[in-house]
Design a protein around this ligand. Structure first.
Ligand code: AHR
Length: 506
């Protein structure tokens, strides 16, 4: 039997969890928008063409911010194509994903949809094929009250009130050779800083995100960050970070350890930010926007085949990973890693929300909606992960896999919600064959009792959910015991766990 020990105390805190760590992302890609959230033919569609049945699955996630419209898509996007009378909007070739873009959904429709789910839009501007003027025009269209060309245009499109979009991404993954309008760090840094300054003249209340590296294995990482930050450090609020994990070596123990690369990536990006800060003698601390994170590997081969064989379709099934139980556990470790860095990560967007590497799926051509295994850890984090991250002293047994050494069996984060008098521990047991007994000592609290222990596991780690087949879902575990200020719970092999405790402070 494996055993891990955890010590937490309300006096030793990391940071408050920013609500925006539970954000998500919708791109004009595959069936995310068309035949996804937007499907006028669906029986539940509202007058604007959006499926209402999906709202029942999306609303519980309590998502504060949704990044839009890309992703790679934004780097060739003309936002003007997607506003105004729908019958006058052009159909274009989307060069990022080799699909047809009908522009039936654009800024207006998406802002309306976000309002329905209670989220804000996080808007990305095209710094691939376009530049300062177009970014400013879009900002004017969205946020300027009235009396100018683009604000009056918005009003003429039926939106008298500005959308008031606060968070703006300066392009997307501009370091990637696959990006339409790919740039060197020097080229991007110059364009980003001048765009930032011009945009702030129109609305100085906005927050700006500069594009960091697409993933840690990029040959230009971390020099990309150093060069870009050299230009934009004082002019932006966040640097973006993107990462997708996958089972590339077909080695389960390696796969379960993959979030160690996320931990390393975050630390390396922060070290680069702090190096630039030191060099500039700046007082400002750069924060991170982890605006694309998830697992992505199941669909990679089939998507490449599509692009070669049958490009330029409307709403093809692209980037539709179907997630296993093992994926949900790895997803949990990534989510925990992000939460543990709440002091420097202020925005995190699960990429994406519907159909494209998504927790929520719909069957093609307006079919049934269903939820994937990864839906649950994300829901639990959003429901119970709001509060203050506590420093944790962790003592976990470790293992070596093919490519990783000293991998802790326990991955965990502890969050204290002072108002509710609750501590939540999110924990993953990486062991493939043994329970992990987690013994948590809550020093500094006077009273501790168990609200519930939620666990999610399955004897078949490759099992997936599907329409009408919810094979993977959480359940209440029994057996956790509280003795004084110590809680002991057994975490099943390869499981996602939520320990909810009611606490009183001294
Ligand atoms: O989320 C899918 C794609 O992943 C995005 O378009 C891009 O930014 C990233 O490479």
């Amino acid at each position: 039997m494996l055993q891990a020990n955890l010590h937490i105390d309300p006096h030793f805190t990391v940071a408050n969890v920013d609500d925006r760590l539970f954000s998500s992302f919708i791109e004009h890609l595959g069936r995310a928008v068309y035949d996804g959230i937007y499907c006028p033919e669906h029986p539940s569609a509202n007058a604007a063409g959006f499926r209402q049945d999906l709202l029942d699955l999306i609303r519980p996630l309590n998502i504060p911010l949704i990044r839009y419209p890309g992703g790679n898509f934004v780097s060739g996007y003309r936002w003007e194509d997607g506003v105004g009378p729908k019958d006058q909007r052009p159909v274009r070739l989307d060069r990022a994903w080799c699909t047809l873009e009908t522009n039936q959904v654009g800024v207006q429709e998406f802002a309306g949809w976000c309002r329905e789910i209670g989220a804000q839009v996080m808007m990305a501007v095209n710094l691939g094929t376009r530049g300062i003027d177009d970014a400013c025009n879009l900002l004017e269209y969205c946020n300027h009250p009235s009396g100018t060309l683009y604000s009056n245009l918005r009003i003429s499109h039926g939106a008298p009130q500005p959308y008031g979009i606060k968070t703006w991404c300066l392009g997307n993954e501009m370091d990637g050779p696959w990006q339409v309008g790919h740039k060197t760090a020097e080229e991007y840094g110059r364009l980003a800083v001048e765009t930032a300054r011009a945009m702030r003249k129109i609305d100085d209340s906005i927050q700006l995100v500069a594009s960091g590296s697409s993933f840690p294995e990029m040959p230009t990482f971390p020099q990309w960050e150093a060069t870009v930050l050299d230009h934009v450090y004082e002019d932006v609020d966040y640097l973006s970070i993107h990462q997708y994990l996958g089972d590339t070596t077909q080695n389960l123990k390696d796969f379960l350890a993959k979030s160690l690369t996320t931990e390393r990536f975050i630390r390396d990006v922060l070290a680069t930010c702090d190096y630039v800060k030191a060099r500039k003698r700046s007082q400002k601390q750069m924060m991170l926007s982890f605006d694309e994170w998830n697992l992505w590997y199941h669909s990679v081969g089939s998507d490449e085949a599509y692009r070669k064989a049958t490009p330029w379709q409307y709403a093809p099934s692209l980037v539709e990973d179907i997630y296993t139980m093992a994926d949900a556990a790895v997803f949990g470790t990534m989510l925990i890693t992000i939460l543990r860095h709440a002091d420097r990560i202020k925005i995190a967007c699960l990429a994406q929300l519907v159909n494209v590497i998504a927790p929520i799926m719909t069957e093609p051509k307006g079919g049934q909606a269903w939820i994937q295994s990864i839906y649950w850890p994300f829901l639990h984090a959003s429901l119970y992960g709001r509060g203050t991250v506590l420093h944790a002293a962790v003592d976990s047994p470790r293992y070596d896999s093919k490519n990783f050494t000293d991998v802790p069996y326990l991955e965990s984060v502890s969050i204290y919600n002072h108002e509710k008098g609750e501590v939540t521990i999110f924990a993953v047991n990486r062991s493939t064959d043994s329970d992990l007994v987690l013994k948590t000592c809550l020093d500094g609290f006077t009273q501790v009792s168990l609200i519930e222990h939620i666990t999610m596991n399955h004897s078949d780690l490759q099992i997936v959910n599907g329409p009408g087949a919810e094979n993977i879902r959480p359940r209440k575990a029994s057996g956790a015991v509280v003795e004084g200020k110590t809680v002991t719970a057994a975490l099943p092999p390869v499981s996602w766990n939520v320990l909810r405790l009611s606490v009183r402070e001294k």
